[in-house]
Design a protein around this ligand. Sequence first.
Ligand SMILES: *[C@@H]1O[C@H](CO)[C@@H](O)[C@H](O)[C@H]1NC(C)=O
Ligand SMILES: *[C@@H]1O[C@H](CO)[C@@H](O)[C@H](O)[C@H]1NC(C)=O
Ligand SMILES: *[C@@H]1O[C@H](CO)[C@@H](O)[C@H](O)[C@H]1NC(C)=O
Ligand SMILES: *[C@@H]1O[C@H](CO)[C@@H](O)[C@H](O)[C@H]1NC(C)=O
Ligand SMILES: *[C@@H]1O[C@H](CO)[C@@H](O)[C@H](O)[C@H]1NC(C)=O
Ligand SMILES: *[C@@H]1O[C@H](CO)[C@@H](O)[C@H](O)[C@H]1NC(C)=O
Ligand SMILES: *[C@@H]1O[C@H](CO)[C@@H](O)[C@H](O)[C@H]1NC(C)=O
Ligand SMILES: [Cu+2]
Length: 612
Amino acid sequence: MRLLSGIVAFWPVALLLLVVSASPLPDCNGEPRKFELTLTWEKHAPDGFEREMALINGGFPGPLMEINEGDDVEVLVHNKMPYNTTIHFHGIEMEGTPWSDGVPGLTQRQIKPGNSFVYKWKATQYGSYWYHAHQRGQIDDGLYGPLVIHPRKTDPKPFSLITEDPKILKAIIKAEEDAKPLVLSDLRHVTSEENWKIEIAAGIETPCYDSILINGKGRVQCWSKEKIASLLTPDQKTFLKLGNETALTAKACLSGNIIGNVLAAGLPTNLSAVPPEIFDVCTPTNAPQEVIEVTKSKCSQDKWVAFNVIATFGLITGSFSIDGHPMFVYAVDGSYIEPQLVHAITVTNGDRFSVMVKVDTAGDYPIRIASTATAQMITGVATLSIRDTKEAGANATSTGVEPYINDVGLNTTSDVVFFNQGATRSFPPDVISPVADRTFKLSMKVAGASYNWALNSTIYPMQLDNEAPLLFEPDPSRHNNVTISTCYGEWVDLVFVAVSFPMPPHPIHKHGNKMWLLGHGDGEFPYASVAEAAKAMPGSFNLVNPPKRDGLSTPPATTGPAWMAVRYHVTNPGAWFLHCHIQSHLLGGMSMAIQDGVDRWPVVPKEYLDYH
Ligand SMILES: *[C@@H]1O[C@H](CO)[C@@H](O)[C@H](O)[C@H]1NC(C)=O
Ligand SMILES: *[C@@H]1O[C@H](CO)[C@@H](O)[C@H](O)[C@H]1NC(C)=O
Ligand SMILES: *[C@@H]1O[C@H](CO)[C@@H](O)[C@H](O)[C@H]1NC(C)=O
Ligand SMILES: *[C@@H]1O[C@H](CO)[C@@H](O)[C@H](O)[C@H]1NC(C)=O
Ligand SMILES: *[C@@H]1O[C@H](CO)[C@@H](O)[C@H](O)[C@H]1NC(C)=O
Ligand SMILES: *[C@@H]1O[C@H](CO)[C@@H](O)[C@H](O)[C@H]1NC(C)=O
Ligand SMILES: *[C@@H]1O[C@H](CO)[C@@H](O)[C@H](O)[C@H]1NC(C)=O
Ligand SMILES: [Cu+2]
């Protein structure tokens, strides 16, 4: 202590400390930044109901991995669970290190129980990401955590589009450095494997969860019949009518009968194999909810707080909002955008939104997430607690401000502004090719059973997880119909077409690079290319400054086909997964392998080739 204060008293060093303290994370002086994650399988009760689930370093969700842009990263994973696993770093490009992407059978052999694995990669990007298991449906077992990469000081920031006042800008940049993760998740009381067994025995999907958690905290809420009836959405009414039913279940879900008789119509089902607690029995709990405390600045009016909203959902899509607090969305999937001032954001599986919020009147403000999935009404809540001072006794109080969204994620007034994906503009702008070198049209459909989903009419065989990784030896014929290949430097269009319906939206995630959303719409896609389609329906495309994402949801196909077209640039050779991020759809086969840059295939280091 004495030594430290002695040093600080010497002013040139103090000045140096000041400069260094402006960076939120000290640099590693050329050494890799190292993390160790120990995965265990234990009893835990995040929402007040005890179940077996995955913990990371003894906790759920896993610890925040904090990294500086440009760092070399090493993550040592110990698998002490009784299941095989792998860890994927969601949205991280893995430039030059495809063997650290964490997809079993594609980029590595599984980490067996008792074994360890080292992921090595370079932080070539900045922004908000997350890490999660990529083995089967293990996201539904809680195997994930947040990851943030602090930008370089030299990266152009979009904040001067919010204000030119230097004092406010300084406060905003400080808030970005301290951005707090808000990990949004849905939790089931059965394990992912138990749920999968139920789906197979019953022949139906079970899109009904028990709670929504924010930073791993939340509770089971059970609503009255009257409340559920009063909130029914038009889509839910349509499904009830088709199934000859009048109400959602006690868990506010479409019933197993409706899923079986409407969504799985014509396919073999055995609804008596679904235990009642999956759809019908709701037992409330009273576990603690997350509270984020923010203290107002003593010396300045200008205090802001930033959140990295991370949707780790296994299934649900929802609306996110903070009562009384409009937010500037300044980054999407880790990349800066021209800020949008909004009251609510639609968040889906894998999404990250970085938002900047002004710290104003002291009080407790609910942070809300409300499912907009047709299959279930369910909400989660945390509190943004703004305090005047840090001292005990300075309690915040409920403010009585009206929420922007209701319990099914709809705007409560016509003034409420939602984040507009179509208007998203990269900051700085991206340069994309106006034409594609190659186009792949991929038919999405239900294949054989209602829990089996196909991305190109063919389900991805899960047993490939146990085979030698495709990355080790590229082979376009091994995964027949579900492997596509591209050459280095090509611009590639992927057109997803929903050919069976009703079909929910599919949050499609591509590993290895981000993609641009060129267009989407209802109807078939009878064109050979985007260029041809854009000629026929120019209003449906943006080929100039489209949104950039690492995951994009296909439009719902309720009564007829629907399509979505994305473009990406092949600059990162490797075997990359392309898949729906809904855990049961992933397990059901909704994946493909993309061999990007087959003409410049990477040489896999021996330590990874030899790993068993
Ligand atoms: C609903 O009732 C109609 C008319 O009785 C019948 O044709 C239809 O098959 C029923 N649908 C289901 C899902 O039971
Ligand atoms: C349906 O499920 C029940 C309960 O698991 C089981 O007893 C029955 O044998 C199943 N029926 C068929 C036809 O598989
Ligand atoms: C603050 O809250 C605590 C716990 O609810 C209560 O005991 C205390 O009296 C409150 N203090 C003030 C100043 O309201
Ligand atoms: C929600 O917003 C839409 C579009 O602005 C508007 O038509 C609708 O009336 C709003 N809902 C409520 C309850 O105000
Ligand atoms: C675990 O991984 C090993 C090696 O890939 C494989 O042989 C084994 O079948 C896997 N076990 C399960 C339960 O999938
Ligand atoms: C590939 O698709 C064709 C046409 O749908 C089908 O006949 C064939 O069985 C598929 N191949 C595999 C390996 O599934
Ligand atoms: C999609 O599957 C069809 C068979 O149904 C196959 O002919 C085609 O090559 C596949 N497309 C891609 C891009 O793999
Ligand atoms: Cu899906």
